[in-house]
Design a protein around this ligand. Structure first.
Ligand code: UT7
Length: 360
């Protein structure tokens, strides 16, 4: 295991680890016990338009049987033509602020995790700050880390709160249907559009962020990459003609293996850091890319199926939105109850992974 960072706010120690969860530098008593990170509110949004597997079968050479057997996905939601990433993000953010009982004026920082931003420049967070009517607070995107972005943002936000207790709005959002190729059956059937959000704050809220672990293995950039558009492979007439700018290079089987390994190991690291056992975890919420990946993570963690959250059948892979949307949905539908320990875990292009322990 490598590159594990672990920072426990308000508790005895902070580990700055590289090379293993238990081999880091320990700095004691940096913060007093009252400076904790709580999730104060949750929000989620999916567009109304439903795209079923049969709908896809009319457009590309696929069928419901293949998609269901290989991925578990039955349908996904796609944004309306007049919606953009900002619209999805704003819906989820407004719900999270309302759930937290906070107005936009009370938000001190904004982080948006997305790989399908409102514009190439500036970032989605700039648009969102203005749309929500927030003060002139720091706002920035975490982009390019695929589906791990939201959980990485939890890690960043928690570290920011170490310096100064504040209320941080974090949104995970993707509007991938607008940017992907609708002709490439090997990945168009996998994705959907959605947004999820949380508000973090220092007040005693309904869910304490106990710990976050995160890591990166940059030797595997090639297994999941949309190359075109950067300086290495600039967007040009040739990439436009070939469609390369919409083509996700994905070694599906390697991504699958890495995803299972990294998401389950990250949860094990969390349990070690927080001195909990898997039996104490009421619900694991893994990134929703593929039901087979989720089942394999549950199997590796030796946790019964009913304690693993799955909604990939309804929404497909919504990138950075899967984890915050699932958190919101699980809470709304009573799958998470007061007192529950919840572990969220995600992976993404990079290859990145991140996981968080949340005590409700
Ligand atoms: O954020 C993105 C994260 N990405 C992932 O999480 C992907 C992880 N990997 C996976 O989920 C799986 O690898 C896939 C679902 C992408 C693919 O499943 P697989 O069992 O690994 O299938 P495969 O790639 O080995 O493809 C098997 C066959 C191929 O045909 P041949 O070469 O065996 O004749 C594909 O051309 O399935 C074919 N195929 C399809 N057939 C019907 C690929 N896509 C489709 C499709 N419909 N949509």
């Amino acid at each position: 295991r490598c590159s594990v960072s672990s920072t426990r706010i308000g508790h005895e120690q902070i580990r700055l680890a590289s090379g293993g969860a238990n081999r880091g530098i320990t700095i004691s008593s940096l913060k007093e016990a009252d400076q904790l990170a709580f999730i104060l509110g949750f929000g989620g949004y999916v567009p109304d338009r439903i795209m079923t597997n049969d709908d896809w079968a009319e457009l590309v050479d696929t069928d419901d049987e293949w998609i269901t057997a290989r991925t578990g996905i039955k349908e996904r939601r796609f944004a309306a033509d007049d919606q953009s990433t900002l619209d999805l993000a704003a819906h989820a953010a407004e719900k999270a602020m309302e759930d937290a009982g906070l107005t936009a004026a009370e938000i001190d920082e904004i982080i948006v995790a997305t790989d399908t931003p409102e514009a190439y420049t500036p970032d989605t967070a700039s648009f969102l700050q203005h749309r929500l009517g927030c003060r002139e607070v720091p706002a920035y995107d975490l982009g390019g880390s695929g589906c791990a972005g939201f959980v990485q943002a939890l890690d960043v936000a928690r570290a920011r709160m170490l310096l100064q207790p504040k209320r941080i709005l974090i949104v995970g959002v993707e509007l991938i249907s607008r940017l992907m190729s609708w002709k490439d059956r090997s990945f168009c059937v996998l994705f959907g559009d959605a947004a999820g959000a949380v508000v973090l704050g220092p007040e005693d809220g309904r869910a304490e962020l106990l710990d976050v672990v995160a890591g990166t293995d940059g030797s595997k950039t090639e297994i999941l990459t949309l190359k075109t558009g950067g300086t290495r492979y600039p967007f040009n007439a040739e990439s436009l003609a070939s469609g390369a700018y919409q083509h996700l290079d994905m070694d599906g089987r390697r991504v699958f293996r890495e995803a299972v390994h990294r998401m389950s190991t990250a949860v094990e690291d969390l349990l070690e850091n927080t001195q909990r056992t898997i039996d104490e975890v009421a619900l694991v919420i893994p990134h929703q890319a593929n039901k087979r990946i989720i089942d394999a993570v549950g199997h590796k963690l030796a946790i019964p199926e009913e304690r693993v959250y799955i909604n990939v059948q309804d929404y497909g892979n919504t990138g950075s939105a899967t984890v915050p949307f699932a958190l919101w949905e699980a809470k709304e539908t009573g799958r998470i109850r007061p007192g529950d320990l919840v572990a969220v875990t995600a992976f993404g292009a990079g290859f990145h992974w991140a996981a968080a322990a949340i005590q409700f």
